[in-house]
Write a protein that binds this ligand. Structure first.
Ligand code: ADP
Ligand code: MG
Length: 596
């Protein structure tokens, strides 16, 4: 792969600066409070730090479409586990903190494996259930935890034999917040982070590009549980006293409110949510109790009302208010790769006797379709003929009811995520782009199966080299489909035609030998269609790709396809060279209508 030195225009730069400003403001405010404010405020800042650590994990979880209503339980587990290790077993705090974090990770893994297969409302209900069950244990185990009256006598954290006072401990907590935040910011934009965030609405697409959905979901859950445990153990050594009410359902709900309030499209949302929530609570207390002299209940009502208004005004969280999007900060200065990447082995794809039934409906009946190597094969037919269903069977999205699919003579793997490693990449008739990611990050998902870096590598920045290569290639793929200029645009700002081109760029990122395109020209204008036709021919001739295309635009199909299959009512009605098919009377009758 060569790198060409065309630098990108600094479109991401303006947005980037805003993010930096917010980070600096938040951390500077915290630092000033830690240095100059009274012990009372230092306490608030310390608790805000603890919450920030949990909320960062919770936000990632929510960004992957998983809702946890019991996350304070992990906070409590971390707090009680570390304190009890110190109190009963004499484990020094600095050892107990990582042990308690690891314990929460293990428990999180166990609960994750048990619950993540659940769909719809069942997952949040399960998280609610274990949240309540775990916090009930803190009350019930009186001998161990001190029950409802709490656990006392927890020592403060000591460094080099000197025990830390409140201000030092709060500073330590915020040092951890800074570390977690920056590690997390890297994870968010990493190979696994992007795919994790795709799972909320596009898990089929993520699998089709090689992601093990269950594994990625479990990883994110474990990470968030571990962060809960870490935060809890820091909290314990700061407070030196634990009350089970700090880890109740109410605490879980507050954490969730902070998460939603901040927004999950960017890691900064977590910090914004925690800050805003705490400031609101503090102001409410001051104004309502001290200035107006009203009872505490009024404060809760006002707080609730303000939160509702804030969420109505900024449904995607305070990130929208701060103008922060999840733009990709490396894009503006990364050179575009000139990829004439792999020399492809000739690859064929064939369906033999494929039948697909959906309940009583037979969408495909004994279909034989052969896509020879280095050709563009067209698949046409009226709406509802079964073209997309055949696509889904040929790419492993659905298993065939009977019959089989082979890739270069080998059977198609039975797991969707393994199909990409046979060199098959596709686009979707109903565009499957991740709305929360910009164009470039969507295209990068296509390279998932070729990458190796996991969450840990991303957290410490060890994926930098791999990412830089991928970004350069993704930009090249975008240039190839004519969209280089909009690499940092949000998906929702693109017309449907361009979204389809982004899907093609994403498929190219996988460096496939076989490319399947489901109605790629729908929504394109005439010059764009010509470009698409040229692109397909270049992929066949220059890259040696095998292409299967479903398309309604006859001019495009007739112009570039080498061979055509016509589907009608789930069966192959005709096949042949484009000009033969064009003159086939059955096809004219079934497809083009009687008047043609
Ligand atoms: P085409 O892409 O040629 O327009 P499709 O393959 O989408 O047609 O659909 C073929 C038939 O299969 C239609 O009758 C459609 O309603 C049905 N079908 C497609 N997918 C499903 C599904 N997931 N469940 C049930 N029926 C389906
Ligand atoms: Mg279709």
């Amino acid at each position: 792969m060569n790198i060409d030195e065309t630098s990108r225009s600094p479109t991401a730069f303006a947005r980037l600066k805003r993010e930096h400003v917010v980070v600096v403001v938040i951390f500077a405010a915290v630092l000033l409070s830690l240095m100059f404010s009274s012990t009372y405020y230092v306490g608030l800042v310390a608790v805000a730090g603890v919450n920030s650590i949990v909320v960062l994990g919770l936000a990632f979880l929510l960004a992957t479409g998983q809702l946890s209503l019991g996350h304070a339980a992990f906070l409590g587990l971390g707090a009680y586990a570390s304190s009890l290790m110190t109190l009963k077993l004499g484990v020094p705090p600095l050892v107990a903190i990582p042990l308690a974090t690891a314990l929460c990770a293990v428990i999180g893994w166990f609960l994750g494996v048990l619950t993540l297969g659940m769909r719809g409302h069942y997952l949040p209900l399960a998280t609610l259930a274990y949240g309540m069950a775990i916090s009930a244990c803190f009350v019930a185990e009186i001998d161990l935890t001190g029950g409802a009256s709490g656990l006392t006598g927890i020592p403060s954290l000591g460094l080099w034999g000197v025990s830390m006072e409140a201000r030092g401990m709060a500073t330590l907590i915020w040092a951890v917040v800074v570390l977690v935040f920056f590690a997390y910011r890297r994870i968010y934009r990493s190979r696994v982070g992007r795919v994790a965030r795709a799972l909320k609405s596009n898990s089929t697409m993520a699998s089709a590009f090689g992601a093990d959905v269950a594994r990625v979901k479990t990883q994110v859950f474990v990470l968030s549980a571990a962060l809960g445990g870490l935060a809890g153990s820091l909290y314990a050594y700061y407070m030196q006293f634990l009350s089970p009410s700090s880890f109740s359902l109410g605490a879980s709900v507050n954490l969730l409110i902070m998460t939603v309030l901040g927004g999950v499209a960017h890691p900064l949302g977590a910090l914004l949510g925690v800050m805003f929530f705490n400031l609101l609570e503090l102001t409410g207390q001051h104004v309502i109790a001290n200035v107006l002299g009203l009872p505490g209940q009024v404060e809760s009502m006002v707080l609730g009302a303000v939160l509702i208004v804030a969420l109505l005004k900024w449904p995607d969280g305070l990130l929208t208010w701060a103008g922060i999007t999840s733009s990709y900060d490396v894009a503006h200065d990364v050179p575009v790769a000139t990829v004439r990447d792999t020399v492809r082995e000739p690859a064929t794809l064939s369906a033999k006797g494929v039948t697909k039934r959906f309940g009583g409906l037979t969408a495909l009946c004994e279909v034989d379709v052969n896509v020879p190597a280095h050709t563009i094969t067209g698949l046409i037919g009226p709406n509802g003929a079964g073209k997309s269903t055949l696509f889904n069977v040929m790419t492993g999205v659905f298993p065939a009811s009977s019959g089989g699919v082979t890739v270069s003579g080998q059977p198609l793997p039975n797991k969707l995520r393994k199909v990409i490693s046979c060199g098959i990449a596709r686009t979707f008739q109903h565009v499957q782009l991740v709305q929360e990611l910009d164009v470039l990050q969507n295209v990068l998902i296509g390279g998932y199966s070729r990458g190796k870096s996991g969450l840990l590598a991303a957290a410490i920045g060890a994926d930098r080299h791999e990412e830089a290569g991928m970004v350069a290639e993704a930009l090249a793929a975008l240039r190839r489909v004519g969209l280089l200029e909009i690499a940092n645009t949000r998906i929702s700002d693109l017309p449907l035609g361009s979204q389809r081109l982004v899907e093609i760029a994403r498929a190219l990122m996988a460096r496939p030998s076989i490319l399947l395109l489901d109605e790629p020209a729908a929504g394109l204008r005439s010059p764009e269609k010509q470009r698409l036709s040229q692109l397909l021919q270049s992929l066949r001739d220059d890259d040696g790709m095998t292409v299967l295309i479903v398309e309604h635009d006859m001019e495009l199909v007739m112009g570039c396809a080498d061979y055509l299959f016509v589907l009608n009512y789930g069966s192959v009605l005709a096949e042949g060279m484009p000009h033969e098919v064009q003159q086939n009377s059955d096809v004219i009758h079934a497809y083009l209508g009687a008047e043609a």
